[in-house]
Ligand binder design. Structure first.
Ligand SMILES: Nc1ncnc2c1ncn2[C@@H]1O[C@H](COP(=O)(O)OP(=O)(O)OP(=O)(O)O)[C@@H](O)[C@H]1O
Length: 247
């Protein structure tokens, strides 16, 4: 499948994951295109984390196919997939709190950059890009939450992925920190052509920054389209309202 001449960076076809009798993700098809920020949203329990774990190799699919950068990656390990250029963060942070920001970012260069000098250069460039230069020598765990979240993105981006997958990077951030992080994501996309997959509950932020959005509900794709299309989609509105009423 091509989208206006663009070949997908990532494609799922019939992606399915069962946990015993529960089908967490069922027959999910979607693409991520070069240079786009794709939002993956859905009410609690919709299957977002499971999908995220499937595409980064942390879970093996029960059925279906995963293609990353044109290669069949179904059942491949997280390390193989990350070395190909799909790098992820984790919901509860991906940093080493007792290490400096510099050493944390250096962790992200281990597989992709040869030589200590080049690694330090990459870490410095990454910090500059994310506005983390003033914090390079600070112990990461002592920094404000918003800065720690950026360091987690910095570790992932230091590998210069072609596809950066972020698991709820905005949780617990204030408005200024959210705006700052969204600006960083746009910079990563605009200056490096890196695509971003954003799994996120902050709907306002998703609507603002994403080029396209895929909505999951009960483990299936309920809708996909531009933010304007998703905002106007009756089935999406019902899924979220129903969910809110259920709680
Ligand atoms: N390891 C697991 N074992 C059993 N069931 C699981 C497991 N992981 C997820 N599930 C179930 O699969 C369904 C989808 O869960 P998932 O965590 O993917 O949803 P989510 O959209 O990420 O939710 P949230 O927004 O609350 O994080 C839920 O019913 C959940 O209870």
């Amino acid at each position: 499948m091509q989208h206006e001449g663009k070949e997908a960076l990532l494609r799922t076809e019939g992606l399915t994951r069962r946990f015993g009798g529960l089908v967490a993700v069922s027959d999910v098809d979607f693409d991520i295109l070069p240079g786009e920020i794709l939002g993956l949203i859905g009410p609690n329990g919709a299957g977002k984390s499971t999908t995220f774990n499937l595409i980064s190799g942390f879970y093996k699919p029960s059925a279906g196919k995963l293609t990353v950068f044109g290669e069949n990656c179904t059942g491949k390990s997280p390390l193989t997939i990350s070395r190909m250029g799909l790098v992820r963060t984790f919901q509860h942070g991906s940093l080493m709190p007792s290490m400096s920001v510099r050493d944390n970012i250096l962790l992200g260069t281990i597989h992709g950059v040869r030589g200590a000098g080049k690694r330090r250069e990459r870490a410095a460039e990454t910090a500059e890009m994310l506005g983390l230069t003033p914090y390079l020598s600070e112990e990461a765990g002592t920094l404000p939450h918003g800065i720690q979240r950026l360091v987690s993105i910095g570790i992932a981006f230091a590998a210069r992925p072609r596809l950066l997958c972020l698991d709820e990077p905005l949780t617990g951030l204030n408005q200024t920190e959210v705006a700052n992080t969204l600006a960083v994501l746009e910079k990563i996309r605009d200056e490096h052509g890196c695509s971003v997959l954003l799994v996120e509950h902050n709907m306002k932020a998703v609507m603002k920054v994403c080029d396209r959005i895929v909505v999951l509900h009960h483990g299936q794709v309920l809708a996909s389209g531009t933010p304007a299309e998703i905002r106007a989609d009756k089935s999406v509105i019902e899924a979220y309202l129903g969910h809110r009423h259920a709680n």
